[in-house]
Design a protein around this ligand. Structure first.
Ligand code: NAG
Length: 548
């Protein structure tokens, strides 16, 4: 850690005086990379943070023997491995605090599947391929190292490979699409939802032989409908009645943004007003591959990726995409919402498409997007890493504000030598510059409530925190973050709410209190675990876990 630079702090405070309402002076370009684990034994293709600060990751069961053994004498029976079976693990649990990895056992093929955290904090993963394509798998967090996957066969009505999941206000998950599936279903099932719902939109957005409609970008709108984006356009769906209530225009240019022309997307932070309303509901989609890029890649012609982001206010009467240009073109990037509401665009390449051996020219520098800055001043290039994170890489926010980065395997097996972009088993962390020691005096620390607290809809809670340096009470905000399920450049269920807080009141010494109203609506915040952060001048505290 570099020591805080006295002169830059003075300068910094001087600028604060000049620009009391400017929010972007506190931190900016920079950030640093740390290699956490050289080999976790598998390539992190799917990633989910749990509410005990452990991260579940998995790749696929038919890659061959991984680099980590199953515990004890466990082996998985699988015809492709012969009579001895496969005694290597294809899923692991990473303990953030200890920086250790524990092998887990998936029984059936989880390759290119989807999932979501459920209300009780367990991870419910759905589908995959081959014998695993209708399986649902449960992972209940534990602190004694004894938990593992349990599998329910034929739990889905149809095969779900490359589908997207989202937790709903009633606590169920919706599972949208998948290869060859122009429909959706729910999990868990009950008598009213034990059926298939047709979704012709996914057929209309399916490019012959290329698809470009897989892993659709799905978000819950504040009106309770689902925003679903596939290929180059979106709909608003009443999923209960199976009625499309709104059609959005194509993104200008019409280039595809969904798998395998993989871009990424986020629901921008939902800012709550004191009356419980939300300022605006905006979706931001960045990168992807131009039309024809996928087929060209198959023929060894690697076309430059898209450099544009498209942003839309989905509840406008006449919604239109606003276009912006990123500092780098990017395909297979990930978009991670940071605790302060900024969007980190990370991982991926600058040419080609998703698929075996189809991506080129890694983009090693992440970029931060500041949604509230003026157009033209929103992107900030961050420091580069050294490890390419191409097809099948992942990224996700941790409670301490770092971003966990893993995976990358554009090969049909584990391939460590003699190939472009060898299979990556390493885990890294990207620390945005808000974590620098120089900002310690601005960084809030939450004293109460304590982590793991249960909160109720509509409840008013008091937050007590410290800031050791000079506080600007007008630049304190509280954010609630839903840690998503990340795979194939999309973070399913990712959501950040900026809560409406009352005045910050000095308590004693460097301690302050403020009150926030938790949303009344499960549509706004689905019932599940969230990370709560106090953010001061864009510098976030460590989060605490709250269960809503
Ligand atoms: C596999 O694991 C071993 C032991 O942890 C490690 O030394 C080796 O580098 C790993 N292989 C790869 C390709 O990461």
């Amino acid at each position: 850690m570099s020591q805080p630079n006295f002169h830059s702090l003075i300068l910094f405070q001087f600028f604060l005086l000049l620009l009391p309402f400017h929010q972007n002076v506190a931190y900016g370009a920079g950030g640093k990379w740390d290699l956490l684990v050289p080999s976790i034994g598998i390539s992190s293709m799917h990633m989910q943070l749990l509410n005990n600060d452990k991260v579940v990751m998995y790749d696929r069961t038919d890659f061959g023997i991984s680099n980590i053994s199953l515990p004890g004498t466990k082996c998985r029976i699988d015809p492709i491995f012969g009579p001895a079976g496969d005694c290597s693990a294809h899923s692991v649990e990473y303990d953030v605090a200890r920086n250790t990895v524990r092998p887990l056992m998936v029984l059936t093929n989880v390759w290119c599947s989807s999932g979501s955290i459920m209300s009780d904090g367990s991870l419910v993963q759905t589908g995959g391929t081959a014998e695993g394509d209708r399986v649902v798998r449960l992972y209940k967090p534990c602190n004694n190292g004894a938990c593992d996957w349990s599998e329910i066969s034929e739990a889905l009505l149809l095969s779900r490979w490359y589908a997207t999941n989202h937790i709903l206000p009633d606590g169920k998950q919706i599972i949208v699409g998948g290869r060859g599936q122009f429909n959706y279903e729910f999990y868990p099932k009950d008598s009213s939802t034990d059926k298939i719902y047709r979704l012709p939109f996914l057929e209309q957005t399916n490019d012959a032989n290329i698809e470009n409609n897989l892993y659709p970008f799905v978000f819950v709108n504040t009106d309770g409908n689902l925003f679903i984006f596939a290929n180059n356009r979106a709909i608003l769906l009443n999923y209960k009645t199976d009625v499309v209530v709104k059609n959005y225009p194509q993104i200008p240019g019409g280039d595809p943004r969904s798998y395998p022309s993989t871009g990424s997307a986020v629901l921008l932070p939902l800012k709550m007003l004191a009356n419980g309303q939300v300022v605006a509901v905006e979706v931001l989609i960045c990168g992807g591959a131009p039309k024809g890029s996928y087929v060209n890649s198959l023929n060894n012609r690697f076309i430059g990726a898209l450099a544009t982001c498209a942003r839309i206010n989905i509840n406008d009467l006449n919604p239109q995409w606003g276009m912006e240009t990123m500092p780098f073109a990017r395909v297979m990037g990930d978009m991670v919402i940071l605790p302060n509401g900024d969007v980190l665009i990370i991982n991926g390449g600058s040419a080609g498409a998703a698929g075996w051996e189809l991506g080129r020219d890694p983009v090693l520098s992440p970029v931060i997007y500041k949604a509230d800055s003026p157009v033209g001043a929103r992107f900030e290039v961050q420091n580069a890493n050294k490890i390419p994170r191409m097809y099948h890489s992942t990224a996700g926010l941790l409670r301490d504000g770092r971003i966990l980065v893993g995976g990358s395997n554009p090969h049909d097996k584990y391939r460590f030598t003699g190939v472009l972009y060898p299979t990556e088993l390493s885990l890294e962390a990207f620390s945005p510059s808000y974590l620098e020691a120089g900002f310690a005096n601005l960084r809030p620390k939450i004293l109460s409530p304590v982590s793991q607290i249960r909160i109720k809809y509509g409840q008013k809670i008091t937050i007590k925190f410290t800031v050791s340096g000079k506080i600007n009470p007008n630049l304190v905000k509280l954010t609630l973050v839903a840690p998503p399920f990340n795979t194939h450049s999309f973070s399913m269920g990712q959501r950040l709410l900026v809560l409406s807080n009352e005045n910050v009141i000095p308590s004693r010494g460097s301690t302050y209190t403020t009150k926030v109203r938790i949303p009344v609506s499960k549509i706004l915040a689905q019932p599940r675990y969230y990370l709560l952060f106090v953010v001061h001048q864009e510098i976030p505290s460590e989060g605490i876990w709250v269960k809503l």
